[in-house]
Design a protein around this ligand. Structure first.
Ligand code: SAH
Ligand code: SF4
Length: 383
């Protein structure tokens, strides 16, 4: 017998097409979709407004496949991190971050990541495989309905999704886009396009496709003002250098739900945090360094250290001085609060459990290739 179809793999159009193979009309697909995503129901027998014959058919051919939870950790600040088993020795993480006016879920898109950024613990683990649409959505499906139960509320708990967990979402494009569509669908999670953010290290051709297929808010992990520094920090830069990346960002804004790109910038002590580098960044985004001007905001992320990186967090004064230079140039700049670092749930600390099928880990830690980062690139800060 064929394995059951996982309904979490379908956006509404795909579910409609699948229901058609059972002889069912679109409105049935809509009902089913709402049961699954809006009510969190996985037991077809309880889908009371579907005909008994359809419920029986569903029970024998389909399922809503949850991910197995390996651990749950709650931080003192309310952040919750789940580790999900995705089989084959791989596990991925999702993090819920409650704030006064919103609830954000940080979702993983891959088991590991092939980009291999030097400052990222996911990157250090190497790459195992892409998650399916169903595995991406299972993180949201579980977190939303579990939290509603836990908080004893019928109301939506998660208002924002950020694709900032493990993995490079734009290197798993075909699974990502249907998942985004379900997040946005009024019959699904009904999230605003402005509140669903794809974060990328800069996969230029896919930024261009996302603009047409499913424009949502875009965050780009910049981390350096020049190619010379970005090449060793974010190896993908060798393929898609800054000028191309900024051109894609600017182009994206034509269709984006927001009128700015968020640039993420991880502050690394003595590497990318000098006043001179802040000025180079301003020149870069203002179009004075050969790239087009890009309306943007900066989000400075204090580096979350892990031993294998050999890197350190910039001192707070240097982060604030860097922020001030950008702000004085009229660029909205925030310093990200570190949330959940007592449970290793902060940016770049998500390591899950990954079968490294690419040997990235051994490449990144081989003594003969380190240090690749030109640590002398940043001049010392003036007292
Ligand atoms: N692959 C995507 C999304 C996942 S990473 C991307 O790179 O954008 C999410 C964010 O965490 C990125 O901005 C990334 O640069 C940042 N990050 C990675 N490692 C970090 C670390 N050790 N400390 C702080 N931020 C980190
Ligand atoms: Fe991958 Fe993003 Fe980590 Fe870079 S920062 S290794 S792209 S997850």
């Amino acid at each position: 017998m064929a394995p059951p179809v996982n309904l979490l793999d379908f956006d509404l159009d795909a579910l409609t097409a699948w229901c058609a193979t059972l002889g069912e009309k679109r409105f049935r697909a809509v009902q089913l979709f709402r049961w699954v995503h809006q009510k969190g129901e996985s037991d077809f027998a309880r889908m009371s407004d579907l005909a008994k014959s359809l419920r029986d058919k569903l029970a024998s051919t389909a399922e809503v496949r949850p991910l197995k939870i390996l651990t749950e950790q709650a931080s003192a600040d309310g952040t919750i991190k789940w580790l999900f088993d995705v089989g084959g020795g791989d596990a991925v993480e999702a993090v819920f971050i409650p704030e006064d006016d919103r609830g954000t879920l940080c979702v993983s898109s891959q088991a590991g990541c092939a980009v291999g950024c030097r400052f990222c613990s996911t990157g250090h683990q190497g790459f195992s495989r892409n998650l399916s649409t169903g595995e991406i959505l299972a993180q949201l499906w579980f977190a939303e309905h579990h939290l509603r139960q836990r908080l004893n509320t019928p109301d939506r708990v998660i208002s924002n999704v950020v694709m900032m967990g493990m993995g490079e979402p734009l290197q798993n494009y075909s699974a990502l886009v249907p998942a985004l569509r379900v997040m946005l669908d009024d019959h699904g999670y009904g999230l605003s396009r402005r509140r669903v953010t794809v974060s990328t290290s800069g996969v230029v051709p896919m930024i261009e496709r996302l603009q047409h297929d499913c424009p949502v808010a875009l965050a780009v992990s910049l981390h350096a003002p020049t190619d010379a520094l970005r090449d060793p920090l974010v190896p993908l830069n060798r393929k898609y250098p800054l000028a191309e990346l900024l051109a894609a960002c600017r182009q994206y804004l034509a269709a984006a739900p927001r009128d700015f790109i968020t640039f993420e910038y991880c502050m690394l002590d003595g590497v990318n945090d000098s006043p001179e580098q802040a000025r180079q960044l301003i020149a870069l985004v203002n179009g004075q360094a050969g790239a087009p001007r890009v309306p943007c905001k900066f989000n400075l992320i204090p580096f979350n250290p892990f031993p294998a990186s050999g890197l350190l967090r910039s001192p707070r004064e240097r982060v604030l001085a860097f922020a001030k230079i950008l702000q004085d140039a009229g660029i909205v700049t925030t310093v990200r609060k570190t949330r959940g670092d007592d449970i290793d749930a902060a940016c770049g600390q998500l390591a899950g459990e990954v079968q490294d099928r690419t040997q990235v880990h051994s490449r990144l830690t081989r003594p003969d290739v380190r240090p690749v980062i030109p640590i002398t690139a940043a001049p010392p800060v003036q007292p």
